[in-house]
Design a binder for this molecule. Structure first.
Ligand code: GSH
Length: 199
C-alpha cells in the first residue's frame, strides 16, 4: 500500500490534527506542503478546490475533519463505543466552531483585534468551562484513554495562544492535559521536528 499523502499549505492550520494523528500512530505519510505561488495552477485538481486533501489508495479525501476522523478510526483514537465516539466528535466540533469564529480574513487590523478580544473574552471562557466539565476528574477529555479530541485540544491551544497568550492559564487540568498529549510517544517527536510556522 502506498503511504498516505496529506497535501496542505506550509502551516499547521487545518492539516495539523491529521498530522498529529498520523505521527502518534506511527503511520508513515508524505507531508506535502504547497507553495502559495503554485496553488492557482493546481487548485482545480482538488475536490472543492481546497486543502487539506488526503490521498488514499489513489482516491482523494477532502474536508479536514472527515480526514482526521478517518485517520482517528485507523489509529484507535476515535473513542471506545458509540457514545464516546460521539462525545469526542462533539468536542472536536466545539473546538472547530471556535476556530471558525476567528476573523482570519479581516483586513482592518483594529477591527480584527476587537473581534479577537471579544471572542476570547466572551466565548473562550465558555469553551474552556465546557472542556473542563467534559474531562471531570479523568486524565483525558473522553473516557479513560486518549482520543483525537485530546489531540485537537493541543492543536487548537497552540494556535489560540498565538492570538491570546495565556488564555487557558487558569485552567490547570486542561494545561496538564496539554503536557500529557505533548508527551505521547510519536507525537513528542513530531512536535520537536515539524516545520515551525506561526499558524
Ligand atoms: N471545511 C474545509 C475548509 C477548507 C479550506 O477552507 N481550506 C483553505 C485553507 S485553510 C483553502 O484551501 N484555501 C485556498 C483556496 O480556497 O483557494 C476543511 O475543513 O477542510
Amino acid at each position: 500500500m502506498q503511504p498516505y499523502k496529506l497535501t496542505y499549505f506550509n502551516m499547521r492550520g487545518r492539516a495539523e490534527l491529521s498530522r498529529y494523528i498520523l505521527s502518534y500512530a506511527g503511520i508513515p505519510f508524505k507531508d506535502q506542503r504547497v507553495e502559495w505561488k503554485d496553488w492557482p495552477s493546481i487548485k482545480p485538481s482538488f475536490p472543492l478546490e481546497q486543502l487539506p486533501v488526503l490521498e488514499v489508495e489513489g482516491g482523494l479525501l477532502n474536508q479536514s475533519l472527515a480526514i482526521a476522523r478517518f485517520l482517528a478510526k485507523e489509529a484507535g483514537l476515535a473513542g471506545h463505543g458509540r457514545l464516546q465516539e460521539a462525545q469526542a466528535d462533539a468536542i472536536v466540533d466545539s473546538l472547530n466552531d471556535f476556530t471558525l469564529m476567528i476573523p482570519w480574513r479581516e483586513e482592518d487590523q483594529q477591527l480584527k483585534k476587537e473581534k479577537i478580544d471579544g471572542l476570547f473574552d466572551v466565548h473562550a471562557p465558555k469553551l474552556l468551562g465546557y472542556l473542563e466539565k467534559q474531562m471531570g476528574d479523568r486524565e483525558w477529555l473522553v473516557g479513560d484513554a486518549v482520543t483525537w479530541a485530546d489531540l485537537y485540544w493541543h492543536v487548537c491551544f497552540t494556535t489560540f495562544s498565538v492570538l491570546r497568550p495565556g488564555f487557558a492559564d487558569r485552567h490547570s487540568r486542561l494545561c496538564a492535559l496539554l503536557q500529557r498529549v505533548g508527551s505521547l510517544p510519536g507525537l513528542d517527536h513530531w512536535l520537536q521536528t515539524r516545520p515551525k510556522t506561526e499558524f
